[in-house]
Design a protein around this ligand. Structure first.
Ligand code: SGN
Ligand code: CA
Length: 521
């Protein structure tokens, strides 16, 4: 009898072993950490002139333990369109979300979230959404209405109701993401998009970070006082200068509009929407920080001690201190999410990505905001950690774009990539086995209005960039190796005739390949 039991046990054990071997490999979790308007120059791992002051030890950890993609770009440098591209793997003209000001995202179309959900992933999106229509393809979501607020923000709940939460937007987004991870269906792999409002305008820091950058010298970009010569005439008509358009303008003397970019007091006291959302305690902390600093600046200003350039420099420094402070909270959030994975044994089987919807100008060309195909706003951060697959410390230079994220997620999950998807899976680059990656990228910006950036289209290769501005029928061409700051178009220079012809042909080839509509439609 004893022998029989032992024999049965042995057979059962062998059967189990066999089952274990036949089982499909465990599908990885995908944790997509995302922010709004985070320029790569303010991430230390990217290097550059702010690397020394950028408060990003946790984002840098992803670079050390994974890969930082040095040439990562968006398809259309504006919020909603970038998010729509990420979900669909398609350029704006194919997913229909071409501008922030449109009808909203068409939720009836294919998205990667729907595909992962159907394939058995637990899916969630928390934080900034900005696609106007209610999320589809997510088991759970809790999102800001529109842009959301930094202080004591409102989140839209699954039942459509709006609820206000005490605290700071970045911290609340993290808390909600972690709460969802805690309560998720643990029998399934997960796909979580944790999407911050920060460091978006009006760059309002967590109160604990006020003053963090006061004693740090912040280097200025060479083009802070750009005169827009030698490029398209449209540059000069921009409305995104730290000098003339950041809410307190030199010519307008002391003025406070509804935004609060520089955080100076209005004549009748503070009145920005962010300030008005704060509790009495929060306002006290804010006033204790900004009050004396504003007084000193306004004293110098009133006494005529400051030149026009001094004022632009002061505004730049104040902008950067606030911007970097909001980045500091985002980085802390990344740290908390990585810690959660470590504490719950999830690190090895979770792919972590850090990215942001586009780049941002941090004073280059005298600007804040984005939209242009210039490097600062065209680039998106893209860092990825995947233990066992992505070699730690790698710095790929391949040209990647946000159309590639959806097909990458599909391949990570072992799913087929539909033909309609325009991007390519990054898997060969992640495995370090690529040959024959793309050598050019297509760009299209359609919005007309805010910040007065005209519609423009273009192509970028590793060494050159060609822009076309339909409104003025102008082209500009940059040699990115000799002129990385894009200060001089060489479109009309005889020495660049061949490059100009090659890039113009490439531009039209990409437009055909991506089935782009006629310009002007
Ligand atoms: C707001 C900002 C703009 C910004 C757009 C788009 N103004 O309107 O400066 O360009 O959002 O940003 S603000 O005074 O309200 O901050 S996006 O990230 O949503 O595309
Ligand atoms: Ca954005």
């Amino acid at each position: 009898m004893g022998r029989l039991v032992a024999a049965i046990a042995l057979v059962a054990m062998l059967a189990n072993l066999h089952l274990a071997r036949a089982e499909a490999p465990k599908r990885p979790n995908i944790l997509f950490l995302f922010s709004d308007d985070h320029a790569i120059r303010s991430i230390s791992a990217y290097g550059g002139s702010l690397a020394r002051v950028a408060p990003t030890p946790n984002i840098d950890r992803l670079a050390r333990e994974g890969a930082v993609f040095l040439n990562s770009f968006c398809a259309n440098s504006i919020c909603g369109p970038s998010r729509a591209t990420i979900l669909t793997g398609k350029h704006s003209h194919k997913n229909g979300f071409m501008r922030n000001t449109g009808k909203g995202f068409d939720q009836s179309q294919w998205t990667v979230a729907k595909a992962l959900q159907q394939a058995g992933y637990s899916t969630a999106v928390i934080g900034k959404w900005h696609l106007q229509t209610t999320p589809v393809g997510f088991d759970h979501w809790e999102i800001f209405p529109g842009q959301g607020s930094y202080y004591n923000p409102v989140f839209i709940q699954r039942d459509g109701s709006q609820k206000r939460f005490e605290g700071y937007a970045t911290d609340l987004t993290t808390e909600k993401a972690i709460a969802w991870l805690d309560h998720r269906d643990k029998t399934k792999p997960f796909f979580l998009m944790a999407q911050h409002k920060a460091p978006h305008r009006t760059f309002a820091p967590a109160l604990r970070h006020l003053g963090s950058f006061d004693d740090i010298e912040i280097p200025e970009p060479d083009s802070l006082f750009d005169d827009y010569a030698n490029r398209s005439s449209t540059l000069a008509s921009n409305e995104m200068e730290i000098d003339r358009h950041f809410d307190w303008a030199y010519d307008a003397k002391v003025r406070m509009d509804e935004r609060g970019d520089v955080k100076l007091p209005a004549p009748d006291g503070y009145g920005t929407p962010e300030y008005n959302r704060m509790s009495a305690d929060q306002k006290r902390a804010w006033d204790a920080h900004f009050g004396p600093r504003n007084k000193a600046f306004l004293g110098d200003f009133a006494a005529g001690r400051l030149s026009h350039q001094d004022i632009v420099r002061w505004k730049y420094r104040r902008y950067m201190r606030n911007y970097l402070s909001t980045v500091k909270a985002v980085d802390e959030s990344v740290g908390q999410m990585l810690q959660y994975l470590d504490d719950h044994g999830l690190t090895d089987n979770t792919i972590v990505i850090y990215s942001s919807d586009q780049g941002f100008f941090l004073g280059e060309h005298g600007w804040y905001d984005k939209r242009w195909m210039f490097e600062e706003s065209f680039r998106m951060p893209f860092l990825i950690r995947w233990p066992g697959t992505v070699k730690p410390g790698t710095r790929p230079t391949a040209l990647i774009q946000n159309i590639d994220y959806a097909p990458t997620f599909l391949e990570m999950a072992g799913l087929e990539i539909p033909d309609e998807v325009q991007g390519r899976s990054l898997m060969p680059l992640l495995r370090g086995t690529d040959s024959g990656w793309r050598t050019s990228l297509y760009y299209a910006y359609y919005e007309v209005g805010e910040h007065a950036v005209p519609q423009h289209f273009g192509v970028r290769t590793q060494g050159h960039k060609l822009f076309y501005f339909p409104k003025t029928d102008e082209w500009q061409l940059f040699d990115l190796i000799k002129d990385p700051g894009e200060m001089r178009s060489v479109y009309d220079e005889p020495g660049y005739r061949d490059i100009r012809t090659t890039l113009t042909e490439e531009f039209h080839r990409l437009r055909r390949r991506y089935d782009a509509p006629p310009i002007g439609d």
